[in-house]
Write a protein that binds this ligand. Structure first.
Ligand SMILES: [Zn+2]
Length: 171
């Protein structure tokens, strides 16, 4: 199994989040649009193992390809990048299969989030309480099919999903 170390910008910190729930990653200082914020780490596993670790460690897997997921393999291996919450109005997007960059300028103390629909195409369901005005109320494994999200996230989608979408639309 391949193992990747995570890298998280020094301009961030972890704290309890009121808006969503549990811990979240926040900006310690302003972050400029385009700036690299995270390189996600963990162990690369297939679907079956990912679901296993989701049960044992908690739901921290990130889908990075059709049948590839990044997971922390134990609670004591959780890193800052495992604390990034979903938002329907996110400020981070994918750059490469493990990287997250700022999609816009981010202010000090803003929570750092991405839209889980940028990377998930496996069956998934999460009730969303992100409270943004465009909140979808739920995140599902079929959201990647939504044209409004293709438009909104364009080049910020996980690379494997961007490919999958271009096949879907026959471009
Ligand atoms: Zn939401």
């Amino acid at each position: 199994m391949k193992k990747f170390n995570s890298w998280v910008s020094q301009k961030t910190y972890v704290k309890n989040t009121v808006a969503i729930q549990g811990l979240g990653l926040f900006a310690k200082e302003p972050i400029k649009k385009g700036e690299k914020v995270v390189e996600m780490g963990g162990v690369e596993v297939d679907r079956n193992l990912a679901y296993h670790y989701d049960d044992v460690v908690g739901d921290y897997s990130v889908q990075i390809d059709e049948n590839l997921f990044l997971v922390p393999t134990a609670k004591n291996k959780l890193q800052k990048d495992d604390r990034i919450n979903h938002s329907c109005n996110p400020n981070l997007g994918f750059k490469g299969k493990r990287g997250l960059i700022a999609m816009r300028d981010i202010k000090e103390n803003e929570e750092l989030t991405f839209d889980y629909a940028m990377s998930i195409s496996d069956p998934y369901y999460l009730v969303c309480k992100c409270k943004s005005s465009n909140c979808r109320k739920a995140v599902t494994g079929d959201d990647w099919r939504r044209e409004d999200l293709h438009k909104k996230y364009k080049r910020y989608l996980s690379p494997y999903l961007a490919k999958k979408i271009s096949k879907l639309s026959g471009i």
